[in-house]
Design a protein around this ligand. Structure first.
Ligand code: RNT
Ligand code: ZN
Length: 423
């Protein structure tokens, strides 16, 4: 009897059908964020720094520099991730030689992405990019008091929705077009009301055009604070909750966008009583909205319990949102999508299943020498390493990077440099 068959029997005793569970699992398309591959730079404005109060820290080599490199890196990541998924694009990832600004984007600037998605059997999601741009320098975009700035971003978002609809129609899978704006202020503002009024007006203008709901789902993403917007964020949770409920758009809950002890797992069951669909940005805040690579921690399990136990899977769009430039970016995608239990938390700490190098087993992360090479980072710590002495032997099945993201030359996989063109 294989270990799986044994597990299947034991689960059956508890009333769980593992075959059925895996069938359900195979239907879930996770929207993998393209921006992990190049530190949120995009291709339209390569020389502009990331702004908007978000940061990709680290200087690990190998960030993608072109759409071709990014796609190649994502193909590598998807080759290590079971299932069929989606890719989440920002508008700045347009693949074009034209010098266009964000108020001029059109579906044709994303044709190569659609072509690639068709070839790879992937879906696509989309995001207007209201940051890293000279017109976002004041810290206000859709809520700007400067009409020329506000209308620029309205136009950008209107066009973004059309790109989303184009994706949905071309690929026969609904595209989620998610709006997040960084608008807010570092210190206590005199007037909290007017920017929110303007944001509401901008959203009304953006959503005025009716698009095919089978091809595009609009979502709006709130935040409690960002770097430089510590005291006031225009698009707060209450703002977007109210807007979404009244106007029939979806709410996006990002796990890193709430107070440190506030969890999104406890919001899903309320939100979906009043809204048909929602978007999750599965992220991992570490003390703040730090966008660490997702791991299977207690909150992620709790989110999954909420979604699955309440039968909400068909109404929830699961997207990833992390950008860690300090580790191997391909490995980051793999880790963040299959979410190995990397930390000894109360629920994820359990005896080693004895499945050497099994995918998605924490033990997989220590090959070939189970105890060698681990440093203090959370992603590197492995509570199981001593319990499974045969991991090293089994690990030899794996080639250095080109064969697997998990094992190479005693070096934890995410510390390896991945030059472009491998794989
Ligand atoms: C920022 C939001 C937003 C971005 C991406 C890049 O705080 O989480 O979703 O991370 O759009
Ligand atoms: Zn997000």
């Amino acid at each position: 009897m294989t270990r799986y068959e044994e597990a299947r029997e034991r689960y059956a005793v508890l009333g769980s059908n593992t075959e059925q569970a895996m069938e359900e699992l195979a239907k879930i398309r996770i929207s993998v964020n393209c921006w992990q591959g190049d530190d949120v730079k995009g291709f339209l404005f390569r020389d502009r720094d990331l702004s908007g109060g978000i940061q990709a820290t680290g200087n690990y080599p190998g960030a993608a520099r072109t759409p071709q490199e990014l796609r190649q890196d994502m193909e590598k990541a998807f080759s290590l991730i079971p299932g069929k998924h989606k890719v989440n694009l920002h508008s700045t990832y347009a693949d074009t030689d034209e010098k266009i600004d964000l108020d001029a984007i059109e579906p044709r600037h994303y044709e190569s992405w659609v072509q690639w998605a068709k070839e790879q059997d992937l879906g696509l999601d989309f995001n207007p990019t209201c940051f890293s741009h000279e017109k976002a320098e004041s810290g206000y975009t859709l809520s700007s008091a400067d009409e020329s700035i506000r209308s620029f971003w309205v136009e950008h978002c209107r066009r973004s929705r059309r790109v989303g609809e184009y994706f949905g129609k071309e690929l026969g899978q609904k595209c989620v077009t998610n709006i997040w704006v960084p608008d807010g202020s570092k210190d206590v503002p005199v007037d909290r009301y007017s920017p929110r009024l303007r944001l509401k007006q901008s959203l009304d203008e953006i959503f005025a055009e009716r698009l095919d709901p089978a091809a595009n789902l609009d979502a709006v993403e709130s935040k409690v604070f960002g770097i430089g917007s510590e005291s006031y964020v225009v698009g707060s949770h209450e703002f977007y909750m109210g807007y979404a409920m009244k106007n029939g758009v979806a709410v996006c809950l990002d796990a890193g966008h709430f107070h440190p002890t506030e969890v999104i797992s406890n919001k899903i069951s309320s939100l979906l009583l009043f809204s048909n669909e929602m978007l999750l940005h599965v992220s991992r805040p570490v003390r703040w909205d730090s966008d660490h690579v997702v791991i299977l921690d207690d909150e992620l399990q709790e989110i999954a319990f909420e979604v699955v136990r309440n039968g909400l899977l068909p109404r929830i769009h699961i997207g990833l949102d992390f950008f860690d430039a300090s580790i191997n970016r391909v490995a980051a995608w793999v880790i963040g999508t299959i979410t190995p239990p990397a930390l000894p938390t109360s629920r994820s700490l359990r005896p080693c299943p004895g499945r050497p190098c099994g995918r998605n087993s924490a033990a997989a992360r220590t090959c070939p020498a189970a105890s060698a090479g681990w440093t203090k980072s959370a992603l590197t710590r492995n509570p199981f390493s001593k319990a499974a002495p045969d991991h090293g032997k089994e690990g030899k099945r794996y080639e250095p990077y080109s064969g697997s993201a998990f094992c190479a030359r005693n070096v934890p996989y995410y510390r390896q440099h991945v030059p472009h063109g491998l794989g």
